[in-house]
Design a protein around this ligand. Structure first.
Ligand SMILES: Cc1cc2nc3c(=O)[nH]c(=O)nc-3n(C[C@H](O)[C@H](O)[C@H](O)COP(=O)(O)OP(=O)(O)OC[C@H]3O[C@@H](n4cnc5c(N)ncnc54)[C@H](O)[C@@H]3O)c2cc1C
Length: 192
């Protein structure tokens, strides 16, 4: 079982018999956090911002922090990153509006005199995508060993993996991969 805790908490998958109580407690302690990337393709490079540099508004509107990765690998892309409630709010917008918002926030950072136009944009809407319902799981204060509890196998057939139950590199693809390896080892061991 490798779906996000967002999908499990939404009961998009039902288990018969129901998951054991410690698993449900662990799920309570691991809601999904939000993180949104707004990808902006410009008609050229922003002056003074070399490949891989970062800019951020020093005084963003309250709870509206967005920072930008400029021109990764020398491309004409600038990628805006927003987390938490602001990231979630962006993900709930239609794509065109989220892209406009991202471009407006970039202009607040770099000023209007840079002379670059937006060619097109895209964004990650994982907060609303029913296959994810968030960016990655975070442990609530007092959540203790919820990642370990959620990662425990229920029986010889039902095993858990994914970033939420990773023992290292939590919240990343690397952690998801490592937890998958551990689950595979448990499955092989259970079949011996
Ligand atoms: C904007 C953003 C940027 C990120 N950037 C990075 C980064 O640069 N590097 C990094 O390491 N991590 C990054 N992360 C985190 C990374 O995306 C996650 O840690 C990783 O995707 C978790 O992998 P996972 O396999 O545990 O879960 P998921 O990626 O959620 O995979 C679960 C899979 O289950 C599928 N699924 C869901 N429901 C069902 C169903 N009912 N039936 C069948 N399949 C289903 C989904 O389609 C999905 O393929 C980023 C996250 C966000 C939100």
């Amino acid at each position: 079982m490798t779906v996000s805790t967002g999908v499990l908490r939404a009961e998009a998958i039902r288990f018969l018999p129901q998951l054991p109580l410690p698993k449900l407690h662990a799920l309570d302690a691991l809601p999904m956090g939000h993180f949104t990337k707004v990808i902006l393709e410009l008609d050229g490079l922003l002056p003074g911002l070399p490949a891989g540099s970062w800019v951020a508004d020093a005084r963003p509107a309250r709870d509206q922090t967005m920072h930008f990765l400029c021109h990764p690998f020398g491309s004409r892309l600038v990628i805006g990153l927003a987390g938490g409630a602001y990231g979630e709010a962006l993900a709930r917008l239609p794509e065109a509006l989220a892209v406009q918002e991202g471009f407006a926030r970039l202009i607040e950072c770099v000023g209007v005199s840079h002379g670059r136009q937006l060619v097109k944009g895209a964004f990650t809407d994982w907060a609303t995508d029913p296959l994810y319902l968030g960016g990655y799981a975070y442990l609530v204060p007092g959540g203790g060993e919820a990642r370990v509890a959620l990662g425990e196998s229920v029986d010889v057939r039902l095993h858990f993996a994914g970033e939420a139950v990773a023992l290292a590199l939590i919240q990343t693809c690397g952690g998801a991969f490592l937890s998958g390896q551990l689950a595979a080892e448990r499955i092989v061991a259970a079949r011996r």
